[in-house]
Design a protein. Structure first.
Length: 401
């Protein structure tokens, strides 16, 4: 997104449900140095339009159809500054912590000033438009992200053990001292809650149905898990239709402000809003030809939706000479291997019976998962740099065998 200069009109995404008000802005903006680049009439269209590169700022009516706090967080994650036209104090209280707010009856000159201020302050600025942008002097400090790292666990089709790996990574990262949240990101029917014997009524669906600031509601929906907190997913696929657009991505972005690491067990296909938040993607594959092929067919979508994320393979359930080795898998997929987890059926049965992560059961698979989590945690601690893949070519981050 490119901020407008004094010679270039500010490009506005207009999300106003009232046709009369919308037309008034469309008529008045050009004379004041603004241009309406896109228009939309609901929250879903707002999130979709915000993905375009020709938007500098969004003007949103608080009564826009299906507008939620999560919608505005999704826009913030896309680096789109937002001004919300609030009808009353209730609207202001609802949105002021995620966007800049302005009374809906403000004159058009005040709206234009607020939009220009929002574009200058950036997507992270919230509150009233009169607040000045932060003053900087001299050399700019290096850009740092004070929020937690998002680790997305993905796979191709089939059942290579993605959820098992996600549970183990979250538990082990928490055991190592980080604060961790595990999110069931499968909107077609996740099973993290069932695996850990948690309450399926508490989770992302309950979060979307409740009212109040998202941060406060999260505290009520998170459940205690093994060395981490857990946000249960969608128990039945039809419930996903009740979620606002990009809701999962907004929830993950909010969790990042609370914990050191967010581990997301992605569905298949992966929810785009969740994948876009990822700093690291762990792709789980078995070592047989079919599983490797399935992982390969899913890679283009993962790379398209998370182009800046570090990607690693975790080769799961490896046993016998009939399975490919980690070097062969890395060469076939063009992705470095984080670790290899050996098949351990007895430990897997103990984990299922005890409803605990496989990493807690002892044995060779638990050892491999713990070591992979340690490598992953160290890589994230080192300025979130892929030190093991300095030139982007397939490499190895292998567990001790």
């Amino acid at each position: 997104m490119t901020a407008a200069t004094s010679e270039t009109p500010l490009r506005v995404l207009l999300a106003i449900g009232d046709r009369t008000v919308e037309q008034q802005f469309v008529h008045d903006f050009p004379a004041l140095g603004l241009v309406v680049a896109r228009r939309t009439l609901d929250a879903a269209g707002l999130v979709e339009a915000a993905a375009a590169s020709d938007i500098d700022v969004a003007l949103v009516a608080a009564d826009l159809h299906r507008l939620t706090e999560a919608t505005l967080i999704a826009l913030r994650e896309r680096a789109v500054p937002v001004v919300v036209l609030a009808r009353d104090e209730a609207d202001t209280g609802r949105f002021q912590h995620v966007a800049q707010t302005l009374p809906a009856r403000s004159p058009v000159t005040s709206v234009v000033a607020a939009l220009r201020a929002a574009a200058a302050r950036g997507a992270d600025a919230v509150g009233g438009p009169s607040e000045p942008p932060p003053v900087t002097s001299g050399e700019e400090a290096p850009a740092t992200d004070p929020h937690g790292e998002v680790i997305a666990v993905a796979s191709g089709k089939g059942a290579p053990g993605k959820t098992t790996v996600a549970l183990a990574l979250a538990a082990e990262l928490g055991r190592r001292g980080a604060t961790v949240a595990l999110v069931d990101g499968d909107l077609r029917g996740g099973n993290v809650a069932a695996y850990l014997d948690l309450d399926p009524r508490r989770g992302i669906v309950g979060l979307a149905a409740s009212s109040g600031p998202l941060q406060e509601r999260l505290a009520e929906e998170l459940q205690a898990g093994p060395h981490c907190t857990v946000l249960a997913g969608v128990e039945r696929a039809e419930l996903a239709a009740t979620l606002p657009a990009d809701y999962l991505g907004a929830v993950i972005a909010t969790l990042r402000t609370r914990v050191d690491r967010v581990v997301v067990d992605l569905g298949l296909p992966a929810e785009p809003a969740a994948l876009r938040t990822a700093h690291t993607v762990v792709i789980v594959t078995a070592a047989d030809l079919v599983s490797i092929w399935n992982a390969r067919t899913g890679l283009p979508a993962l790379r398209r939706l998370a182009p800046n994320a570090r990607m690693h393979l975790l080769v799961n359930r490896q046993e016998g000479r009939e399975h490919y080795g980690p070097d062969e898998v890395a060469r076939a997929l063009g992705v470095p291997v984080l670790g290899v987890v050996r098949e351990d059926r007895k430990a897997a049965r103990r984990a299922i019976a005890g409803q605990t992560p496989l990493s807690d059961t002892g044995g060779k698979a638990a050892h491999d998962l713990r070591t992979a989590a340690a490598v992953l945690g160290d890589a994230g601690d080192e300025s979130r740099s892929a030190a093991a893949v300095p030139d982007g070519r397939p490499g190895r981050l292998l567990v001790e065998r």
